[in-house]
Design a protein around this ligand. Structure first.
Ligand SMILES: [Zn+2]
Length: 343
């Protein structure tokens, strides 16, 4: 883990040097869509397997100021489809936040509003409705608050003795492998149900975590009223769509848009695929997203936006909690790291 981060960081610094050297304009394409998850003040978290999915409000502000200084203009996801033949040749930056966390309203929205920067929150309908849980948060809490944890994902009861970070990390990976379907044969929803059951057996209320961390109907309504805010769809259950049959995957998309429309009176025109990687969002999901009526759909495949992008399979750049420095934002926005990755 540590070695991997060092390698990425080295690559980013090299990219930064290259971007200063004049390659910036060629590599950065038309613009970039940035991905955020949690935006909240730093807190001591003894076990944080999802630390890359959170940044501080201060870093968000740094990112915005860095992009402004680099000559970027800010667009919303609703404007993306028009950037193809936009005469404005300045690069664009588009901010997106996935899942629908409460901290997006409390900590991120004030920063965006203060700087006049539009942003889109992709809200998960099952979280808004308190009917679904966030397995990565449940697993983190289960493994943080216990020294011994037993789980059964169909391979018999497995007990983990949690003595340090590494043992918690490997237990997290074990749980995640069943939910992601890289191990066993459980459907994602069934694996999540088994995790929720194990959490309850250890005194943790998984829906209580949903309640504590994510925006409810009133929260989404309040967020939608913030100047520059757009609410996008992020499915109902947050399952990897590619693992679901056609009809179910389509319903995940449309039903989540219905829920948002019911709250804010406006149907989302943009969708974020849960997980969003090449396994979770394939050509079939791209077709279904168009069928469901979305103008744009975003992935987590890394990259900048070129002159003629696939609007239902847009690449994004993750503003990663491990690299909260202005120079990384400049390097990532340049697109050069992705060239280095490809090369
Ligand atoms: Zn998500």
């Amino acid at each position: 883990m540590a070695a991997r981060h060092t390698a990425i960081r080295g690559g980013l610094i090299a990219s930064f040097a290259l971007s200063r050297g004049g390659l910036l304009r060629q590599a950065r394409g038309r613009g970039a869509i940035f991905t955020l998850h949690h935006v909240r003040p730093e807190a001591a978290r003894p076990f944080a397997p999802n630390g890359h999915l959170e940044v501080t409000p201060g870093f968000l502000e740094t990112a915005i100021l860095t992009l402004k200084a680099e000559g970027y203009r800010f667009v919303s996801t609703d404007d993306l489809a028009g950037t193809g033949d936009d005469p404005d040749l300045r690069p664009f930056a588009c901010f997106t936040l996935d899942d629908g966390y409460r901290d997006n309203l409390e900590h991120a929205a004030p920063v965006f509003e203060r700087h006049g920067v539009p942003f889109t929150v992709y809200a998960t309908a099952g979280f808004i409705q308190r009917s679904h849980t966030l397995w990565w948060e449940t697993a983190t809490e289960l493994l943080t608050r216990n020294d011994r944890v037993s789980v059964d994902f169909g391979e018999g009861l497995r007990t983990f003795t949690l003595t340090d970070y590494a043992s918690r990390d490997s237990a997290f990976d074990y749980i995640a492998s069943f939910i992601r379907g890289t191990r066993g044969t459980l459907r994602e929803a069934d694996a999540v149900a088994k995790l929720d059951g194990a959490a309850r057996a250890h005194g943790i209320d998984p829906l209580g975590i949903t309640e504590r961390l994510t925006l409810d109907r009133a929260g989404i309504a309040a967020l939608a009223k913030v100047p520059g805010a757009t609410i996008g769809a992020h499915t109902v259950t947050h399952a990897a769509l590619s693992r679901l049959p056609d009809a179910e995957a389509l319903r995940e998309m449309t039903a989540s848009a219905d829920v948002v429309a019911d709250i804010i009176g406006r149907r989302p025109s943009s969708l974020a695929y849960p997980y969003g990687d090449a396994q979770a969002a394939t050509a079939r999901e791209e077709r279904l997203a168009r069928e469901a009526g979305f103008t744009t759909a975003v992935t987590t495949r890394p990259g900048v936006i070129g002159p003629s992008p696939a609007f239902a399979m847009l690449r994004r750049i993750s503003l990663n909690g491990y690299y909260q420095r202005a120079l990384y934002v400049r390097a990532l926005a340049s697109g050069i790291p992705f060239r280095l990755m490809a090369g």
